[in-house]
Structure formats: C-alpha cells, structure tokens
Design a protein around this ligand. Structure first.
Ligand code: NI
Length: 198
C-alpha cells in the first residue's frame, strides 16, 4: 500500500474519532459535580529524550505542547509533519518560547536517543524527541489514541516500516487536549491554531 496514502487515511480516521470525542456532551463529572467536558486524549508519560534525560509530561506544564508521534525511518509523512511544526514555530516568533514541540517515537527498537538526536537536527532546534521501552511507547500511544503497526518490508525481509496516525496534538498549558492538526495542515493554519491555544 502507498504509505503516504495509508497515513492520510489513518489520519483522517483518527481526526474523525477526535472530532466525535470533542463533540461529546459534557458528561464527564468530577467528584464535586462539575462537568468538565474535556476530551479524553492525552495523559501522563515518562520517556527518554534525545539527550538521554528522563522527561515526563509534567516537565512541560505552563507551556503548550505540540505532540507528534512518528519514527525516524519514516519516508515522507513524519518529515512533512516535523517540517510544518518547525515552520509554524518560526512563524510564531518569540511566542514560540511558550510552546514545546514533542516528537514521540513509535519505533523504540530502532529509535535510540542518539538516532533521534541525529534525525531531529534537520528540524526546529526546539523539538524534544522522546523514546522509551516498547511498553512505555504503547502506553503513551494508547493515551493519545495514536494507532501504529509494524509492517514488514517485502523488498527487505529483515526490515519494516511503521504505519501510523499523523496527528499534531495541541495540548494546553495544563496538559489537556485543545485541538489538533495533521502533517498536511498548512503552516498558516497550524500557526493560527497554536495562537488560539496560547
Ligand atoms: Ni511517519
């Protein structure tokens, strides 16, 4: 299957799912009885950065997070996603200091911190690359409802690609989901969504 097409279809499905979630009535009730109406996307994580540091979601509180899941061997979709994120951050100017872009690897077996560091050098220096154990990655992907699946490469049996959703999650200063874009969103539209969330 054409990888780009597959990723776009998956992104569309996931966006549909997110839209359905955000349109749910405010049925989430806190013990105090207050309705929150928050979409259940996102959650806590503790992973390792491209500099080998342990990093948790709580380290990014007070700033927005742009969370994007992918992998460094991705032929086209991830580079497109990281490029639009990088360009939107440039466009924000000094306001970009209030945003942390986070790239979470869906291929923890190959994406070591060193590999992430080398790969991310082609994009915004603001990017925080995160990897972890396969279990850690499965947990955070589940929290964000990110789909991913290893697919064997027919030409190179020892090799594989990873089909995955291509969503840019915009998370608020409190870590809660605000809105989303995809790798195919244009730079101005993504910049606008970030500005709205700031
Ligand atoms: Ni990708």
């Amino acid at each position: 299957m054409n990888l780009r097409l597959a990723a776009v279809i998956l992104a569309g499905l996931a966006v549909g799912g997110l839209a359905a979630l955000t349109m749910l009535p405010s049925s989430t009730t806190r013990p105090g009885g207050t309705s929150t109406g928050k979409a259940a996307v996102g959650g806590s994580f503790e992973l390792t950065s491209q500099d080998g540091k342990r990093v948790s979601d709580k380290d990014f509180r007070g700033k927005l997070m742009l969370v994007y899941f992918g992998y460094t061997f991705c032929p086209d979709v991830c580079p497109a996603g990281l490029q639009v994120i990088s360009a939107a951050l440039d466009k924000l100017g000094p306001k970009a200091d209030e945003v942390t872009p986070v790239f979470i690897s869906l291929d923890p077996e190959r994406d070591t911190p060193a590999k992430l560091k080398e790969y991310l050098a082609s994009f915004s220096p603001r990017l925080v690359g995160l990897t972890g154990t396969p279990e850690d990655i499965a947990k955070v992907a589940r929290e964000y409802r990110a789909y991913y699946k290893k697919v064997p490469d027919p030409k190179h049996p020892a090799d594989y690609t990873v089909d995955h959703t291509s969503i840019i999650y915009i998370m608020g200063r409190d870590g809660n989901f605000v809105s989303h874009a995809t790798h195919a969103t244009n730079v101005d539209a993504l910049t606008g969504l970030i500005q709205k969330a700031l």
